[in-house]
Design a protein around this ligand. Structure first.
Ligand SMILES: [Zn+2]
Length: 409
């Protein structure tokens, strides 16, 4: 196998990240935007130059393939090119260039199994309000009708936008991938946390992906004059909501040992006027972990806190479940292949979990799947400051190529 070519990796990163550079120095390459389409066109050209046969499926996912010496299921690898608003240069892109480089490194190897590079459409939820759509659709976990509603009135939905770009979501069934077509899937990604960065390890081998349980909390008190209502006669919805925010934090802390985290990311106060006691507060809560029972126990504890606050404060509190996804265990076999290759290459690695969701979650439903994490500076991602060292990207890429070779032989 050829050595990893750092210059080529660097050059691909630079070329892809020409698309979507913002004035603030971040990258805004929203799914299906002009910038995203241009980056995809560049990558397709480079994949062809690597000798792969490149196609788009009905949903715009890019699939580049090299046949094996035998007609066997393919080993696939890949990630995504789209970013959040003012995102960084590595989330998704690192996995795309790593997969491209792995193909280049394996170019002269006769492998029994075919290889595929998959660039998933629309991984980030920024423009359409849903995440990981390409991988959810090709793995049969969702249908386009699930993504047909637009996030804002007057804005195109994901399905509208696919059609505008000339794709064919009505025929999405032709894009479904079946377990017998694939032997394994690998995704390299920046960690998006600081475990590796702080430990100094070069790669992480991911064993589980945490999944979010999301719910909406509505607190109804009484909007009243802020000057004329004595303290003892108030039903201030924001004061009750503040107690619930602390309860959310307590629930996260109580199950932190099981990898549970809890966040109130949105608080909406009505009427939102300085001289009116808040009458209604809506909060969105994201509770997630790798142990589903712990997440559900934390949720039950939160509901207990809701009953207490409602009683104490005389407010009406509703909790509406928005979604509750099961954490995804990845393939232990493929993790073992990665660990074996990491030992052979003398890499410092650790086995770990992913707190963030990835396309690999859905690929895991159809084929044995594993992920390689590389460190990112200070754990920062979804931000212009997102950074990964070329050395670490190269080490992760060499590991990816070695693991793919082991499975493909
Ligand atoms: Zn990503």
């Amino acid at each position: 196998m050829k050595n990893v070519n750092k210059d080529r990796l660097h050059n691909w990163l630079e070329e892809i990240n020409r698309h979507g550079v913002t004035e603030k120095g971040g990258i805004t390459r929203l799914a299906l935007s002009d910038e995203d389409m241009a980056a995809q066109a560049y990558v397709m050209k480079e994949l062809e130059a690597l000798g792969l046969s490149v196609r788009r499926d009905a949903l715009g996912n890019i699939i580049a393939r090299r046949e094996g010496t035998q007609a066997l299921p393919a080993i696939a690898m890949g990630s995504h090119l789209d970013t959040v608003i003012e995102g960084g240069r590595y989330d998704g892109v690192a996995g795309v260039v790593a997969a491209m480089e792995a193909v280049a490194m394996l170019q002269d190897e006769a492998l029994r199994h075919p290889l595929e590079v998959i660039i998933f459409m629309a991984e980030e939820s920024a423009p359409f309000g849903y995440a990981t759509m390409g991988s959810k659709l090709i793995s049969g976990k969702a249908a386009p009708r699930d993504f047909a509603k637009s996030i804002k009135a007057g804005k195109p939905s994901f399905v509208d936008m696919l059609k505008l770009r000339g794709f064919d979501p009505d025929n999405y069934q032709t894009a479904l991938r079946h377990p017998d077509e694939l032997k394994a899937f690998f995704e390299l990604h920046i960690e998006q946390g600081k475990v590796l960065y702080e430990s100094g390890e070069q790669v992480g081998i991911v064993e589980n992906i945490a999944a979010p349980t999301r719910f909406k909390v509505t607190v109804e008190g009484l909007a009243d004059h802020s000057g004329a209502t004595p303290m003892g006669q108030r039903r201030d919805a924001l004061v009750s909501a503040a107690k619930l925010i602390l309860a959310v934090q307590d629930c996260g802390l109580a199950y932190a040992d099981e990898g549970t985290v809890a966040t109130v990311g949105v608080v909406d106060v009505e009427p939102g006027t300085i001289n009116v006691i808040p009458g209604k507060v809506t909060m969105l809560v994201d509770l997630r972990g790798v142990v589903y029972d712990a997440v559900m126990q934390a949720f039950q504890d939160f509901k207990e806190a809701v009953r207490e606050v409602a009683d104490e404060d005389g407010v009406l509190i509703n909790v509406d479940m928005l979604s509750s996804d099961q954490p995804v265990p990845l393939s232990l076999d493929m993790a073992n292949v990665l660990a074996e290759a990491a030992e052979e290459q003398g890499l410092r690695y650790r086995r770990m979990n992913s707190g963030a969701g990835h396309d690999a979650m859905f690929m895991a439903g159809i084929t044995p799947t594993s992920m390689i994490f590389i460190p990112c500076k200070d754990g920062i991602s979804h931000n212009a400051a997102e950074h990964a060292e070329l050395e670490d990207l190269a080490a992760g890429t060499a590991l990816l190529a070695a693991a793919v070779k082991k499975v493909a032989q």
